[in-house]
Design a protein around this ligand. Structure first.
Ligand SMILES: [Zn+2]
Length: 64
């Protein structure tokens, strides 16, 4: 299962209606309209998923 980064819905990647590659990663979407929203502002959705980007850098104290 993968998560649609726009609406947060969990989907089976085999059944994803739309997909989009961004910076080497493939994202899956429940609908074309979700993909269109992602395309309009991919950073917004990626940052939301990471929880605000507090641990963006590598080699932090608690993230290996
Ligand atoms: Zn969606």
């Amino acid at each position: 299962m993968v998560k649609d980064p726009v609406c947060g819905m969990e989907i089976d990647k085999e059944k994803a209606v739309a997909q989009q590659e961004h910076e080497g990663q493939t994202y899956y979407f429940c609908s074309v309209s979700c993909r269109d929203k992602f395309n309009a502002a991919p950073q917004d959705y990626i940052q939301n998923q990471a929880g605000g980007g507090a641990h963006k850098g590598k080699g932090g104290c608690c993230c290996s």
